[in-house]
Design a protein around this ligand. Structure first.
Ligand code: CP3
Length: 343
């Protein structure tokens, strides 16, 4: 069937004069209406598990900007919580979790099929969204990649160099690999339920994928993505999948083919002209403007939007940032970017 939604067209390999556009973290603190709804919910996690309010914040940037895609409002760290890890957010600092430092921590976790009661509110958010989104807007479901989620579970917090996860990998490889396997299998079950609830596309966020090198990148970034995508496509034929191995650098080359992803999301450390030649040659790419331009704006924002659009104009492209929009971004700059892109 020929796709009618702009985002699905690009994912099916179509080159469009004006690419579809959405922004990572488009529902977030830079929007006053998000801050108001989060205050109503109480805190960030309460917002994630309040289906009505999570759907509301997902819809806010669609109303304001008519983006071509909405991304489910949730977080990659809800999955470890569903598996039994403690999770809380320190105001102004970010996530904190119980830590997995050896076989006992791993044994205390639940099984891959035991997550669905905990995740019921998230599936309900997806159902509400698939009813309420405009007919031209594509709904994206998501999860963290096993490696990225594991880095938080092992360290108990975000880290600059993922040191604790690399250390567990070196010192207790059996525990590390069992954790990656559990997360891979649980992610399949979690994403599959999102699709059953109405997600039309799924995205796998490997935000720390770039810190894996050589054979480790193959084993813990590429292979889990390949397994997740193959199983999801077996269960849901034709499901488009976006992979985001952030800061993979040269390892972006061939990543889509090797994993079966329909699109790779590019971070802003790679040059658009280089990526057009070396990555887009295999199919759709997403990205990759620097999030800081949404803070600084001006002529540079307009020029850079046009440069990236032009660089990727000979193949399928989804315009986006190279990472999430930040809380200090000016909402007006999003409008300026959209005018530069859509004309
Ligand atoms: O709009 C969207 O993109 C959808 C919702 C979404 C959130 N997090 C909401 C969120 C998505 C897709 C994510 C993914 C996510 N979460 C990633 C992968 C992408 C990336 O940014 O690299 C990661 C690593 C996380 C884990 C996480 N969640 C961290 C490290 C933090 C703290 C840092 C921060 O930005 O505050 C969060 C919190 C978080 N997740 C917020 C939002 C809107 C901010 C919470 C708040 O409102 O205070």
């Amino acid at each position: 069937m020929a796709e009618t939604k702009k985002l699905l067209k690009s994912l099916a390999g179509e080159t469009q004069d004006v690419p579809p556009v959405w922004l990572m973290r488009q529902a977030g603190r830079y929007l006053p209406e998000y801050r108001a709804t989060r205050a109503e919910a109480g805190d960030f996690l309460s917002l994630c598990y309040n289906s009505e309010l999570a759907a509301e914040v997902t819809l806010q940037p669609i109303r304001r900007y008519a983006f071509d895609a909405a991304i489910l409002f949730a977080d990659i760290l809800l999955l470890p919580q569903a598996l039994g890890a403690d999770l809380w957010f320190e105001t102004g600092e970010g996530p904190r979790m119980s830590t997995i430092t050896g076989p006992d921590g791993l044994k205390a976790l639940k099984g891959k099929d035991d997550i669905h009661d905990h995740m019921a509110p998230v599936y309900e958010t997806v159902r509400i969204l698939s009813r309420e989104l405009p007919s031209e807007t594509t709904l994206i479901g998501f999860a963290g990649a096993p490696w990225t989620v594991a880095t938080y579970m092992i360290a108990g917090r975000g880290t600059k160099d993922q040191g604790p996860a690399h250390a567990l990998k070196a010192e207790d490889r059996a525990t590390f690999e069992a954790l990656i396997e559990l997360l891979t299998d649980a992610t399949i079950e979690y994403l599959s339920k999102q699709v059953e609830a109405g997600a039309e596309v799924i995205k796998i966020f490997d935000s720390w994928g770039g810190s894996l090198k050589g054979a480790d990148f193959d084993k813990y970034a590429l292979e889990p993505a390949k397994k997740i995508i193959a199983e999801l496509k077996a269960r849901h034929p034709g499901l488009p999948c976006i992979a985001f191995p952030r800061e993979a650098g040269e390892r972006y080359i061939g990543f889509a083919k090797a994993t079966g992803a329909d699109c790779v999301a590019l971070d802003n450390s790679v040059d658009a002209a280089w990526a057009a030649e070396n990555v887009q040659c295999d199919g759709c790419v997403q990205g990759n403007m620097a999030p800081s331009l949404m803070v600084t704006g001006g002529q540079e924002l307009i020029d850079e939007t046009k440069r990236i659009k032009e660089a990727f104009s000979k193949g399928p492209h989804i315009f986006n940032l190279g990472h999430g929009i930040t809380p200090d971004a000016d909402p007006e700059n999003v409008t300026i970017m959209l005018e530069a892109l859509r004309g």
